[in-house]
Design a protein around this ligand. Structure first.
Ligand SMILES: *Cc1c(COP(=O)(O)O)cnc(C)c1O
Length: 235
């Protein structure tokens, strides 16, 4: 049996990417229906971190337009040419952002999902005012309060959201979380939804390859799916 006959996600040929996107989209539609929601209200963010441009091109050819990367430098290598060729692509930053990379991030990304501290919010507001580009911003909440993970603590979320809004220039439109790997994600999705509800925030980025259907049941408006589309990331 050759690799292309194998049912496993890994390795994937470039042509499998389109099939996997179709499968993920069908599952999103089914999960939305089960939750009494419109599938059109759920954005699939294809997480292409660690994958080569050829595989991304296969996703674009299959009609995918929204992508996620977790490192500014990697995204700068891969995306300017793709965005020039496909002006309707939208790129989400889903990894931690250092303040010295803020200007580059604002220049390249359309959505920044990982705002998590006052210094970063300030730097973003400044870069947005200077550049004339205004990526939509999500606040990352560390729902599991894991010390090694980025994100504002749940108890500090309301205050941080209010502070970002007072500064005015930072367009906070959503919340994002990455639940602890070893825990049931449902509690974390429910917590994020509750913080968004009481602060009047419309968008919820939650759910990855293993749990995006659960996230949809809890109101996710953006699911970030990598492995189920592109296969295992190269080491
Ligand atoms: C890598 C990553 C994903 C995608 O994870 P998969 O399990 O491959 O779907 C989603 N969100 C964030 C923040 C990530 O870093």
């Amino acid at each position: 049996m050759t690799a292309s006959d194998a049912p496993s996600l890994n390795p994937l040929s470039a042509t499998d990417v389109g099939g996997h996107i179709a499968l993920v989209r069908a599952r999103i539609t089914a999960a939305a229906k089960a939750a009494g929601r419109a599938a059109a209200g759920i954005e699939l963010v294809a997480v292409s971190k660690g994958h080569a441009v050829e595989r991304i091109a296969a996703a674009i050819a299959a009609g995918q337009r929204v992508f996620g990367e977790n490192r500014v430098q990697e995204a700068e290598r891969k995306w300017p040419a793709l965005k020039a060729a496909h002006p309707d692509l939208r790129l989400h930053l889903i990894g931690p952002l250092q303040t010295n990379k803020v200007r580059d991030a604002v220049a390249l990304f359309d959505v920044i999902e990982t705002v998590d501290r006052p210094k970063l919010a300030e730097a973003l507001a400044g870069a947005i005012a200077k550049s004339g580009r205004a990526p939509a911003c999500f606040i990352q909440v560390n729902t599991g309060e894991e010390p090694q993970k980025a994100g504002v603590a749940p108890t500090e979320a309301d205050g941080f959201i209010a502070a970002c809004r007072e500064r005015g220039q930072l367009p906070i439109v959503g919340l994002m979380c990455i639940p602890p790997a070893a825990e049931e994600p449902a509690f974390h999705f429910a917590l994020l939804r509750e913080i968004a509800r009481r602060n009047g925030i419309a968008h919820l980025s939650m759910g990855m390859s293993a749990d995006y259907e659960i996230a949809i049941a809890f109101g996710a408006t953006h699911v970030r799916v990598g492995t189920a589309i592109f296969g295992e990331r190269p080491a």
